[in-house]
Design a protein. Structure first.
Length: 236
């Protein structure tokens, strides 16, 4: 199982392969599963569908009929390094709403939704095109993913199964982001946590689909989804 952060690592690896093979910067590349802090433009978030095709919102969670909700928790994440096509490009702060159902067959179905803000910096590489950011910038993002898996539900979870479970510092830094690219020594988060470890052991058979996030900056949108990615965030 994976967090926005861990999911991102998987996507980043896939993107790297695509970029090397195809010489393109339009492949998948963006936040991290769980874990993914902004701007001047309203974003749809809980209030309506994103203009990015494929962005996941809470209404996309459709567990099998007869499933039982067993986790309905919110974790706050700070200092999460958000990944783009070229490298980690921003620090995120966001709320991650985690809902998990146990299905009639004994497996688990999770709908995870992130909403928060990113902070990028002059000298970082933009998430879509890998353009050097001319100035610091901030803006909102939202999105998430659907995940299915098998595992063992802990008899004594390490975090509450319902409500606010606190703030988690993933340990990302501006200095790491300003290294510019994955190939230039960026290491990403130093203390990321996987929410599944709070509630489950022996997790396996993980499948994550769909997934997608929408990022905004005054006149720009970066869409990063399992249906495809487009746009960019270049500061002024």
């Amino acid at each position: 199982m994976t967090t926005r952060r861990m999911f991102h690592a998987i996507v980043t690896a896939a993107v790297g392969c695509v970029l090397v093979a195809a010489g393109t910067t339009s492949a998948l590349a963006a936040p991290s599963f769980h874990g993914h802090g902004k701007g001047k433009h309203h974003h749809n978030g809980h209030h309506g569908r994103s203009t990015c095709a494929g962005v996941v919102d809470p209404r996309d969670a459709r567990p099998p009929q007869g499933s039982r909700l067993i986790v309905n928790a919110v974790m706050k994440v700070v200092n999460h390094e958000d990944g783009g096509t070229a490298g980690y490009w921003a620090l995120d702060r966001y709320n991650q709403h985690i809902r998990v159902w146990q299905t009639p067959t004994g497996g688990f179905y999770a709908g995870v939704f992130d909403e928060g803000h990113y902070q990028t910096f002059a000298g970082a590489l933009s998430p879509g095109g890998g353009v050097t950011e001319p100035s610091d910038g901030t803006g909102p993002f939202h999105g998430g993913y659907i995940e299915t898996f098998t595992g063992t539900l802990l008899t004594s979870p390490t975090e509450p199964t319902h409500g606010d479970i606190g703030t988690f510092d993933f340990g990302g830094t501006k200095s790491d982001i300003l290294l510019g690219s994955y190939g230039n020594g960026q290491t990403g988060d130093t203390s990321a946590v996987d929410w599944t470890s709070f509630y489950f052991s022996s997790v396996s058979g993980t499948a994550v689909t769909p997934w997608g996030w929408d990022y905004r900056y005054p006149t720009e949108i970066w869409c990063h989804t399992s249906a495809g990615s487009s746009g960019d965030i270049v500061t002024r």
